[in-house]
Design a protein around this ligand. Structure first.
Ligand SMILES: CC(C)(COP(=O)(O)OP(=O)(O)OC[C@H]1O[C@@H](n2cnc3c(N)ncnc32)[C@H](O)[C@@H]1OP(=O)(O)O)[C@@H](O)C(=O)NCCC(=O)NCCS
Length: 206
């Protein structure tokens, strides 16, 4: 398995990446920001993406997005092809894209929003902390990405204050001062997610 910084030679995988993201969202039944092959190709072109390949088979992907005048970057679109899951590949991709983000944008805060416990665990191990949405970027370009998520009405209803996703933030300044020691409490997050689902989704059905 090779994990490399992507470039134009990987354009041929863009459709496969989009299809795998869309299929996985369907299976999980959760919201997700949909991406077009053109959008993915733009990330491949500017050296802001990481791709995992076994031979010439697509195995995994993640990309960097830049917001708020480079004050914030997000590591988005993490996907591992179902054939390669549960072998630690996502963890390696996450670490690679995180290191790339730190070297290209050393002063930026790195953030993400997610409903996935796997992603929360990985982020936490990298030094991210759970935060309210008000601590994330206020760049409309980022929040526009949520428009294609099936839970977008919740985000609108709460005036961007909360949604089913949890916000997580890596702040290079605080992390250097207070290195993380403890592990993420996965049970607490699973409970929080189920509370949010029962609150927001019930209201939505009414
Ligand atoms: C989520 C995903 C990226 C994980 O990929 P993977 O290569 O199987 O993950 P890894 O094997 O590297 O596991 C990383 C950690 O997450 C945990 N994990 C993996 N899948 C999990 C799941 N479905 N639920 C809870 N934890 C999970 C692993 O146990 C591991 O934790 P550990 O280090 O404490 O053991 C993959 O399942 C996927 O692409 N899913 C669909 C897309 C998606 O959900 N993307 C995230 C958007 S929010």
């Amino acid at each position: 398995m090779k994990i490399v910084i992507a470039n134009e030679s990987h354009f041929k995988y863009a459709q496969d990446i989009c299809d795998t993201i869309a299929e996985s969202a369907k299976v999980r039944g959760t919201g997700i920001a949909k991406r077009t092959p053109e959008y993915i190709q733009q990330r491949l072109r500017n050296g802001n993406a990481v791709i995992a390949l076994e031979g010439d088979k697509f195995a995994g992907f993640c990309y960097i997005e830049v917001f708020g005048n480079k004050k914030f970057v997000a590591n988005s679109g993490l996907i591992v092809h179902p054939d390669y899951r549960n072998q630690g590949l996502a963890k390696k991709i996450k670490k690679t894209i995180f290191d790339l983000s730190r070297s290209k944008f050393p002063d930026a805060k790195i953030f993400g929003i997610t409903t996935g416990l796997a992603v929360m665990k990985m982020n936490y191990e990298l030094g991210y902390k759970p935060v309210t949405f008000s601590e994330l970027t206020d760049d409309d370009e980022f929040w526009k990405g949520c428009q294609t998520c099936k839970n977008f009405d919740i985000l609108t209803r709460t005036e961007r204050k909360m949604c089913l996703c949890t916000g997580m933030l890596y702040d290079p300044v605080t992390v250097e001062k207070q290195p993380k020691t403890e592990k993420l409490n996965g049970k607490a997050f699973a409970r929080l997610k189920s509370i949010k689902e029962s609150l927001f989704l019930k209201k939505k059905d009414k």
